[in-house]
Design a protein around this ligand. Sequence first.
Ligand code: GLY
Ligand code: MN
Ligand code: MN
Length: 372
Amino acid sequence: MQERINKLIKLMAEFTMPGIALNPGPTLNYLTGLNFHLMERPTVLLITAGGQTALVLPALETGKLADIPIKIEAFTYSDDPETRPEAFFRAADYLGLGSTDLGVEATRMRYLEMMYLGDVLGEAGFLDASACLAGLRMTKDETEIKKMHQAAIIAQDALLETLKGIKAGMTEKEVANQLIIQLLRAGSGPELSFSPIVAFGENSANPHSTPSDRRLKEGDLLLVDWGASYEGYLSDITRAFTFGEVDPELLKIGEIVLRANQAGRAAGRAGIEAGSVDRASRAVIEEAGYGEAFTHRTGHGLGMEAHEEPYIFENNALVLEPGMTFTVEPGIYLAGKGGVRIEDNVVVTETGLETLTDLPRQVLPLESFMGL
Ligand code: GLY
Ligand code: MN
Ligand code: MN
């Protein structure tokens, strides 16, 4: 843990970031091992450029501090909201924060914590620390990669169990609920990567569709995008299946997307730009005449968060390094008809991309998965 704090301090120096304020989430957990619910009680970890830390938290959470391997000075308040400002003042005083700008995670920091911090910062204010923090969790060590691999195995096992029970007339919601049960049975942590996407027929043309009461019928394509968690690390996989005889164009786009997925996974390795993975996948889809129907980037980083750095978009010049982990998930979406996305989870190595997910990728009849 101290190593991780040291890494952060180096990044803060590199980005001239005088201080950092983190509220509950993966980065705070990565640095301290602490997990808090993000709720109405403000909770914030403050870190100075010199590596001093202070945690403002509700008194009822202090028991968690007994088990962590690093020393963090705690400043607590009670359930009377009037006691909160004093805890923030004491923490700021301890760190000597008066004129220290604080970097925050733009996608996570809340107005609640910023309000209390604002009152103790004097002339200082807030900075966007996204670029500074991007490098903190982006490359994974062997233990982290093993956890991601296990999250992939759990997700795949859970899907195969779920597929066995799918019948005509079931709703998307029913299938999604069964999948959640199987994910938990297979050993996923209670916090899944995200709520599974189960989309039948025309609904699969919406990349982030929400499971509905739409019932499965002959001739539907069935798309599932799901993930498990294992010791805080996530998987994020998409596969599509046919149920009866589907529109031949859906089979055609299935084959194109499969080639795009293979091309993306074949293109990556340490030392090349993240954007080249996107370009390799996108070229396959563009050459097949479906460029307009591939409406998103080819992938995103994956780890403690379902979407994190590095993002795999066309113009991303970020150079891939061994241990970076991300998804490769090209898709083609035809409004009113259906869509196919094939999503795998990969790790960058010196020589290529190692794929953590190995469930068959081709768009095949659902029955062919029943015996797996
Ligand atoms: N599922 C595609 C994306 O959010 O990038
Ligand atoms: Mn996904
Ligand atoms: Mn994804």
